[in-house]
Design a protein around this ligand. Structure first.
Ligand code: NAD
Length: 438
């Protein structure tokens, strides 16, 4: 099948590459010329495990190409996928200017039947708006399908190639057949293709992300209670998670959720609800708790230094909003850095993949070290903000010898309390007892 993917970011590049991998002819379009030039030269523009290998195979075999021209890209396409940004607008609602701008353009340039697929996360009713924007100028038949994407950054290729489910919102039989053929290679193991109407598909994506953000936030509040009651959130997590109705996953407390999806999607669903005069109360609480959770370690850090962080050097491990990605959008680490700098601290950071992206945003207000241990030279304490696997079993002797104070503030509960005690660290984590130095 001939496919055009519009928008070559995390979702567009992974989707385009994976569709090429199953034998389709894929053209990816982006307005960012630098990005298109790099991709055309065979350079992957994001860090995503497993992507480079299949990207190189498919570009080499000519099944995956890149352009800045929407008009050239869609000429022969049967399917046009929109993987465009939907950032929060000023009032928290999803900003549809990118989607509707492209829809308007498509109406002017399509010359035969196309299936136009909305892969971006968009509010209920967007498929209708896209239809209307195209119909204003289109002289041929077309269908607009809602096909929200559920891939997770860090395991995006695996998620795309073997999705738990594919949700497809369409009431057109013609489009349904095309989508069925397109996804057949991805659901051979019996994972379902779930067909529904466009609005239900749009809402399914927001419901899933908002539920997951709520689950994380619920555990963060249980962790806060554990700290007050002197209980251990790890034990509670295990006790709760063995109940099949609750499940073991997504019960890990930490310094809040971030990323390009949960924060904006929770906000957008709360906002959409208001538009139909419904106050989605849980979501307001989720947003409120998460805002404060990002800075949950700050009072403990300040208390350790008697409320005076001026001139103190803090080593910070982890900048990405989660491991295995270079994405720093809404990363809790950035909120911590802002607060630490405001208190007069000096911040030395390391992240395996995300340092370049952070440099672009906050430049040399902090330092960037080649290795995690380089951050510790003359540092007064270590803070951990992302659970990269290389941070899980560090050389504690090295940490002890480099740090001025043996103090670790761990926003991701990476270490065992007993081990920290035996090694003589002051160790603060989330929802667990504080290990104090003797
Ligand atoms: P992104 O910002 O990484 O990529 C968007 C791309 O679109 C950019 O490369 C940008 O240059 C390009 N673009 C903007 N305007 C354009 C135009 N007029 N024509 C062509 N290209 C244009 O965004 P993303 O993370 O891939 O997210 C895209 C959508 O998918 C969002 O709605 C997001 O909520 C949703 N989503 C994201 C994820 C994720 O993990 N990132 C997962 C599921 C769903």
């Amino acid at each position: 099948m001939k496919i055009t993917v519009v928008g070559t970011g995390y979702v567009g590049l992974v989707s385009g590459t994976c569709f090429a991998e199953t034998g389709n002819q894929v053209i990816c379009v982006d307005i960012d010329k630098k990005k298109v030039d790099k991709l055309s030269l065979g350079q992957v523009t994001i860090y995503e495990p497993g992507l480079e290998k299949i990207f190189l195979r498919n570009t080499k075999e000519g099944r995956l190409t890149f352009t800045t021209s929407l008009e050239d890209a869609i000429k022969e396409a049967a399917v046009i996928m929109l993987a465009l940004p939907t950032p929060p607008g000023e009032d928290g609602s999803a900003d549809l200017q990118y989607i509707l701008g492209v829809a308007d353009h498509l109406g002017k340039i399509i010359k035969d039947y196309k299936v136009i697929v909305d892969k971006s996360t968009v509010p209920v009713g967007t498929a209708d708006k896209v239809k209307a924007a195209i119909a204003k100028n289109a002289k041929v038949e077309f269908d607009v399908v809602s096909n929200p994407e559920f891939l997770r950054e860090g395991v995006a290729v695996e998620d795309f190639m073997k999705p738990d489910r594919v949700v497809i919102g369409t009431t057109s039989e013609r489009a349904r057949k095309v989508m069925n053929d397109l996804y057949a290679p991805f659901v051979r193991q019996g994972n379902p293709l779930i067909f529904m109407d466009e609005k239900s598909a749009e809402l399914t994506k927001y419901a899933a992300n908002s539920f997951l953000a709520t689950k994380i936030t619920f555990m963060n509040e249980i962790a806060r209670l554990c700290e007050l009651f002197d209980a251990d959130v790890d034990m509670i997590r295990k006790g709760m998670g063995s109940d099949g109705r609750i499940g073991k996953r997504f019960l890990f407390p930490g310094i809040g959720y971030g990323g390009s999806c949960f924060p904006k999607d929770v906000q957008a669903l709360a906002r959409s609800s208001k538009e139909v005069n419904y106050h989605f109360k849980i979501l307001d609480s989720v947003m409120e708790v998460n805002e404060t959770q990002k800075l949950h370690l700050m009072p403990s850090i300040k208390a350790f230094f008697n409320n005076d962080l001026k001139g103190k050097k803090i080593a910070l491990w982890g900048l990405a909003f989660k491991p295995n990605t270079d994405d720093i959008r809404e990363a809790p680490a950035l909120y911590m850095i802002k607060e630490l700098l405001a208190a007069g601290a000096i911040v030395a950071t390391h992240d395996p993949e995300a340092m370049n992206n952070v440099k672009k945003v906050i430049g040399d207000t902090i330092t960037y070290a080649e290795s995690q241990y380089d951050t510790l030279q003359d540092a007064d304490a270590l803070v951990i903000a992302t659970e990269w696997s290389e941070f899980r079993t560090p050389d504690f002797n090295k940490i002890s010898s480099l740090l001025k104070n043996k103090a670790i503030f761990d926003g991701r509960n990476l270490f065992d309390l007993k081990q920290m005690e035996d090694l003589g660290f002051h160790y603060v984590s989330i929802g667990r007892r504080v290990v104090k130095q003797n």
